[in-house]
Design a protein around this ligand. Structure first.
Ligand SMILES: CC(C)(COP(=O)(O)OP(=O)(O)OC[C@H]1O[C@@H](n2cnc3c(N)ncnc32)[C@H](O)[C@@H]1OP(=O)(O)O)[C@@H](O)C(=O)NCCC(=O)NCCS
Length: 333
């Protein structure tokens, strides 16, 4: 008998209320609305309220995904949250989320994974392995970020790019010969480029003397934009080709490419590299900005809910992030 297959039975997402337009950013840093939109394709992004944590965003998105799936929280036997902006150093945001959605009754395992903007596709791949092995039957996978909390609002090269949000999916184990589900996933990392995209502070780096933990943040996003741009296009193109080849399909078979929403120019260059027309690429970066681990599930949920994604279609998820990390997933909807 074939190993079970993981099928997405519900999607959900959440964006904080507060919009920040490019004009709003012009009041904070020396930039222009035209520069931001022409270089990145971003027109606005959302910013979490002061009392809104990553787990709150994740809980909203998860409730919507559970509702769409017709799944009660206590049915979940695994929760994975992908985030680089956890509520706390510990416990994992996934356990805080478990309590917020009242799923703790099942005592199912819950943990975070951190692969920055690739986080959701990494988490989806891990969940797929748990389902294929028979360990799990109903899994919640979430990508959630309050990335605006780690931005340096004096650095115009980075603060214009990112936003907050969350997206979630519920996976169910189905028969291995079921036509629908996750067909395949691919994951990679190359730690030689850590310095090109990172947050400059962290726990084990320690605190300089006089550091006031109550007032000083633990570092900010720091990026070499040009180099990241080139690496992102190369890696996202290569991992798309790798997964297509491994599954004996061509780009013509793909109905929708859902890439990590880093920047419109990165998405256009990736689409060109793998030769998929832009009409078949889901783009939300104009109104979401780069929401890191939340970007792929936010875009997926938007395309499911507006009816672009239909049963039977072939969907390719493709992500790239700090580390560098990159990953893809091929899904028959
Ligand atoms: C960040 C990014 C938009 C910058 O665009 P770019 O075309 O590469 O621009 P450059 O960095 O070469 O800078 C060009 C000029 O614009 C200036 N500039 C940078 N940010 C600016 C801003 N917000 N407003 C106005 N000017 C800006 C620079 O200072 C530079 O000026 P100079 O020529 O006088 O030195 C681009 O590199 C990028 O998208 N990189 C990938 C980022 C990303 O998606 N990261 C996440 C991946 S998961």
């Amino acid at each position: 008998m074939n190993a079970p297959r993981a099928r997405i039975i519900g999607t959900g997402s959440y964006l904080p209320e507060k919009r920040m337009t490019n004009d709003d950013l012009c009041k904070i840093v020396d930039t222009s609305s035209e520069w931001i939109s022409s270089r990145t394709g971003i027109l606005e992004r959302r910013v979490a309220a002061e009392d809104e944590m990553t787990s709150d965003l994740a809980a909203h998105a998860s409730r919507r995904a559970l509702e769409a799936a017709g799944c009660a929280p206590e049915e979940l036997d695994l929760i994975i949250c992908a985030t680089s902006t956890p509520d706390l150093v510990f416990p994992a945001t996934a356990t805080i989320l478990q309590r917020k959605i009242e799923a703790q009754g099942a005592k199912a395992p819950a943990f975070d994974i951190q692969a920055v903007c690739t986080g959701f596709v990494y988490a989806l791949s891990i969940a797929d392995q748990f389902i294929r092995s028979g360990m799990s039957k109903k899994v919640l996978v979430v990508g959630a970020e309050t990335f605006t909390r780690i931005l340096d609002w004096e650095d115009r090269t980075t603060c214009i790019l990112f936003g907050d949000g969350a997206g979630a999916v519920v996976l169910e184990a189905v028969a291995g010969d079921s036509p629908q589900g996750i067909l395949s996933t691919r994951m990679h990392a190359d730690g030689s480029h850590v310095e090109l995209l990172r947050v400059t502070g962290g726990i084990s780096r320690g605190r300089p003397s006089g550091f006031d933990v109550r007032h000083e943040a633990l570092g900010f996003v720091d990026m070499h934009g040009n180099e990241v741009f080139k690496q992102a296009v190369k890696a996202m193109g290569a991992i798309a080709e790798e997964i297509l080849l491994a599954n004996n399909v061509t780009v013509d078979d793909i109905d929708w490419l859902i890439p990590h929403q880093a920047n419109r120019r990165i998405l256009q260059a990736t689409a060109k590299r793998i030769n998929i027309p832009e009409e078949r690429v889901v783009m939300t970066v104009d109104h979401h900005g780069n929401t890191s681990a939340a970007s792929v599930p936010l875009a997926l949920d938007e395309a499911v809910r507006d009816g672009r994604i239909k049963p039977g279609q072939l969907i390719l998820l493709d992500a790239f992030g700090g580390g560098f990390t990159w990953a893809s997933a091929l899904i028959r909807w």
